[in-house]
Design a protein around this ligand. Structure first.
Ligand SMILES: [Zn+2]
Ligand SMILES: [Zn+2]
Length: 547
């Protein structure tokens, strides 16, 4: 079949990082968006709630966007949907469970009215503008995840979102291998595939291995079991519910995102939990300890999550008890290792027993390892290969795997966010570069916080602040009274007590001696003295009034 026109592939998020997945496909000036995820902030991003992709490109072409397809209900794929819909009023396509989770998210953000949601089915297909999109089931750690076959006159692209080849998944629904083989027969011009575990040899274990591990935890736990995971890890919630039923414990959910997600997943039939197993949290807190399992968020040690608050002793509704067993059932997102480690130590210090994946298989990855990635490439036999969903080292490694399998090196495209790629005449070439950075979401504000603010917050957090208030006579420029000095987070009050008189003396000398032009000179005088004394650089602020 002849190939016509040019398909532009636009990676807006998830390439060169973990999280905020978003890819756009553009053909004849019409755009299809795949996924709209968020990324969790790293340790040094102070005060940031989460990060969304920089989709300025889509905002500028908002009327050209013909559809938004969401592959599955994890936060790194649906988390930014309400922000995107603010700027781009295109119809959304998702499977039943994914749609249900999107509805929960929109309702929580008062954004329901903006969305036109369409339900699609694995095995089905939809024409969206010039794009024919075929949905096929893929196995992951959430039910109802799909991969996409995207056909345009320029060729066939297979967009493999997060997947693993699990032969015994929790929901009994393995990946649609037949569809992959069929694509292969038709001829796939480009395969995009999940690189999360590209550095991991072998096969990712089946979700089935978690059952026995949870059994052991439930048998050994003398008191309550508290399981922390992501609110969207629906398969894990099912496994904990099964273990609870088996061991005669009641399960309760803590945290509104967990409650909402479970409600919708049960309603749609993707979670099978008996009515008598699930009890309200208030009831569970009144029951005997060994009869209870609590599910909550916070497996990444986030300070604002329930497990984060339990570790700090600041959770309002309930506190840790000495015979609690806390299970962290998820893998650390890169960058979170330190926070998780601190949280584990705090939980232990507060008397809880803590089980995490280094101690027992209470978590398995939802992503394919090398052998599964190779199997996919061999099954699909694409002409070109483009790794997605991973840090640069994972993308590179994934690209190397493809080369090992015989895909010519020049047909393997490793790019990061913002580097567009073009498919035309059955060939791939690099396109133009567009923005592909971070947009920080901080409370109600989107994009107002930039790197400068982040640097300031970092400085304040690391070195504290030194505030100086001076007022001078507007005629002769001499001080009207002694400078007032306040310091916070810089040195101990005793040390400050010792330094402040000298700081005051130097300011008076500079101001009354006329050796200054503006506040900046005072700031520098104080900064250099403080640095000499402490080898630290707090933020120094001077307020000046003239009277
Ligand atoms: Zn996922
Ligand atoms: Zn993902």
């Amino acid at each position: 079949m002849g190939k016509n026109g040019k398909l532009k592939i636009i990676p807006l998020g998830g390439l060169g990082e973990v999280g905020k997945n978003m890819t756009a496909y553009e053909f004849q000036n019409q755009i299809l968006v795949v996924d709209a995820g968020i990324m969790f902030p790293k340790n040094d991003m102070l005060g940031i709630d989460y990060i969304i992709p920089d989709y300025e490109y889509l905002r500028q072409k908002a009327d050209k966007v013909v559809g938004i397809v969401i592959t599955h209900g994890h936060e790194d794929h649906i988390g930014a949907i309400h922000h995107l819909l603010d700027d781009v009023a295109a119809p959304v396509y998702a499977t039943r469970l994914t749609r249900g989770l999107i509805e929960v998210k929109l309702a929580r953000n008062n954004a329901t009215s903006k969305a036109q949601l369409n339900t699609v089915e694995a095995g089905g297909s939809v024409e969206i503008g010039p794009f024919k999109v075929e949905f096929f089931h893929i196995c992951h750690s959430i039910p109802d995840a799909v991969g996409l076959g995207i056909t345009t006159p320029a060729g066939l692209v297979v967009h493999m979102s997060d997947f693993k080849f699990d032969h015994t998944p929790v929901d009994g629904w393995p990946t649609d291998y037949a569809k992959l083989a069929e694509f292969s027969k038709r001829g796939v011009d480009l395969l995009l595939s999940d690189s999360t575990n590209a550095e991991r040899p072998g096969w990712t274990p089946s979700e089935m291995v978690i059952g026995p591990a949870l059994d052991k935890v439930f048998t050994d736990a003398p008191g309550r079991v508290i399981v922390a995971t992501f609110a969207s890890l629906i398969s894990r919630i099912q496994q904990v519910a099964d273990a609870a039923a088996k061991h005669g414990r009641k399960m309760a959910l803590a945290g509104s995102s967990m409650v909402d997600n479970v409600k919708i997943a049960r309603k749609l039939g993707y979670l099978n939990i008996r009515d008598d197993v699930l009890v309200p949290l208030e009831q569970a807190l009144q029951m005997q300890n060994h009869k209870v399992v609590l599910m909550c968020t916070g497996s990444q040690g986030e300070p604002s999550s329930i497990v984060g608050r339990l570790s700090a002793g600041t959770n309002r509704q309930f506190d840790l008890k000495p015979d609690d067993t806390v299970v962290l059932s998820s893998h650390p997102i890169p960058g979170n290792e330190e926070t998780i480690s601190k949280t584990i130590n705090r939980l232990l210090r507060r008397g809880a027993n803590v089980i995490y994946d280094a101690l027992a298989p209470v978590h398995v990855s939802g992503h394919a390892s090398q052998e599964e990635q190779k199997l996919l490439i061999n099954m699909v036999k694409p002409t070109h290969f483009m790794p997605i969903h991973g840090e640069l080292r994972q993308l590179k490694r994934h690209g190397m795997l493809a080369v090992e399998l015989g895909i010519p090196e020049e047909n393997v495209i490793v790019v990061e966010n913002g580097q567009t790629v073009e498919l035309s005449g059955g060939r791939i070439r690099m396109g133009d570069r567009i923005p592909g950075g971070y947009v920080f979401v901080d409370g109600q504000s989107i994009g107002d916080v930039d790197y400068d603010i982040m640097r300031e917050r970092g400085k304040l957090a690391r070195n504290g602040i030194f505030l100086i208030d001076i007022s001078v006579d507007k005629l002769d420029g001499r001080l009207l009274h002694d400078p007032e000095i306040i310091t916070r987070g810089f040195v101990s009050p005793e040390d400050a007590e010792e330094m402040i008189p000298e700081v005051r003396r130097r300011i008076m000398e500079a101001v009354n001696g006329g050796g200054w032009d503006n506040e900046k000179d005072i700031v520098n005088t104080v900064k250099s003295y403080l640095y000499e004394e402490t080898k630290r650089r707090p933020m120094v602020l001077v307020t000046l009034s003239k009277a």
